[in-house]
Design a protein around this ligand. Structure first.
Ligand code: DCP
Ligand code: MG
Ligand code: MG
Length: 356
């Protein structure tokens, strides 16, 4: 018989805000929001994250900072100090990667570990998870939440279940009881659109999904339908494995109507840079190449790139390069239909030091 796998998913609690609290203990107990400058309610960016005290006010990641300000004017609003969070993340992840040869870091604050070879039972896995939590607490004075399950999907859902500072163990025989009552939104690949479509089909919970015929799911959702069918039964065969390095990251916008005003195009470039920068932060990468793509009203499409000598994480640098690249297109008489910004030639901090 094939032995069960034992997978951990570790996710740091309110990560950026927790690092800020640690650096400045007077913040402890107060509602703390990390993100764009609220400018007394006029700020235009978003909340990166907030601590659990601020969540009591209804504030959450991705919310416009102006809205967060309205919900809680007395919150501590702090700017994003990405270099600090990156450094802390790197230390924690390096430490966690020692707990298993099979790991997969999925973002700045989370990682999967396949500990099937390191422990003999789910009971031992729980002890292993406790040790990991203590280790992070001792070395970095931060808390995390850990999910333990027979696959990545279940471990990931479990780590979110008793946040903050929790351990949730879901043994194979308990998987269905655990996920059946949950909304389909909890599953991978189910965003707002898929959720709506499933709801329209009368499928709200994972249990409802498990009762839906596989052919219907495949007909409605293509290959996602196949995965939905497996996931609804608590199955996920994907390996814990580091992904091949990402080659490029970017965002683009097709305007509602073609644009002749260069200022609007440049404003859009700034906004695309901001959104692309978020992706870069999430992947914890440094970039060297910025590419701008422009499509004119006649669909003729141009790209132009520039590679900077030293790898950078700077949003301002990205914006200045992208603007410089875009300016020559703005001089064209034709209206612009689409703009895009893309980053490539990535490296990680260590390599960047070597370069410098
Ligand atoms: N982040 C961000 N913008 C988002 C979501 C997240 O900048 N829309 C950043 C800030 C978070 C970090 O990524 O601190 C990790 O994201 P998580 O989703 O794990 O959220 P937190 O760690 O902040 O909170 P939780 O305790 O719910 O994990
Ligand atoms: Mg987190
Ligand atoms: Mg996370």
């Amino acid at each position: 018989m094939k032995r069960n796998r034992i997978i951990l998913h570790i996710d740091m609690d309110y990560f950026y805000a927790a690092v800020e609290e640690r650096e400045n203990p007077c913040l402890k107990g107060k509602p703390v929001v990390v993100g764009a400058d609220p400018k007394e309610g006029k700020g235009r960016g978003v909340v990166s994250t907030c601590n659990y005290e601020a969540r009591e006010y209804g504030i959450h990641s991705g919310m416009p900072i102006s809205k967060a300000y309205k919900l809680c004017k007395d919150c501590e609003f702090l700017p994003v100090n990405m270099d600090l969070y990156r450094a802390v993340s790197k230390r924690i992840m390096d430490m966690l990667k020692k707990y298993s040869e099979k790991y997969q870091q999925v973002s700045v604050d989370e990682i999967f570990l396949d500990i099937s070879q390191n422990v003999n039972s789910f009971r031992e896995a729980e002890e292993y998870a406790k040790r990991i939590k203590e280790d992070i607490k001792e070395r970095e004075d931060l808390t995390c939440s850990i999910g333990i399950g027979p696959n990545k999907l279940i471990a990931k859902i479990a780590s979110d279940y008793e946040k903050p500072d929790g351990i949730t163990l879901i043994k194979p025989e308990k998987v269905l009881d655990f996920i059946y009552p949950m909304k389909v939104r909890k599953l991978w690949g189910v965003g707002p659109k898929t959720e709506e479509k499933l709801n329209e089909m009368g499928v709200k919970t994972i249990k409802d999904l498990s009762k839906t015929k596989q052919d219907i799911l495949i007909k409605e959702f293509g290959s996602l339908g196949h995965d939905l069918h497996l996931m609804s039964k608590g199955k996920d065969n994907s390996e814990v494995k580091e992904k091949e390095g990402i080659k490029s990251l970017g965002r683009e916008t097709t305007f509602q109507e073609d644009i002749s005003d260069g200022k609007i195009v440049l404003d859009e470039i700034v906004s695309l840079c901001e959104r692309t920068h978020k992706l870069l932060e999430k992947e914890n990468l440094f970039f060297r190449t910025v590419t701008v793509r422009i499509r004119f009203e006649d669909f003729e499409t141009h790209t132009s790139s520039k590679t900077i000598p030293l790898a950078s994480t700077s949003l301002n640098k990205m914006i200045s390069v992208a603007e410089e690249l875009a300016k020559k297109y703005i001089k064209d008489k034709r209206k612009i239909r689409l703009v895009g910004v893309r980053l490539s030639k990535f490296s990680q901090k260590e390599e960047q030091k070597v370069l410098a």
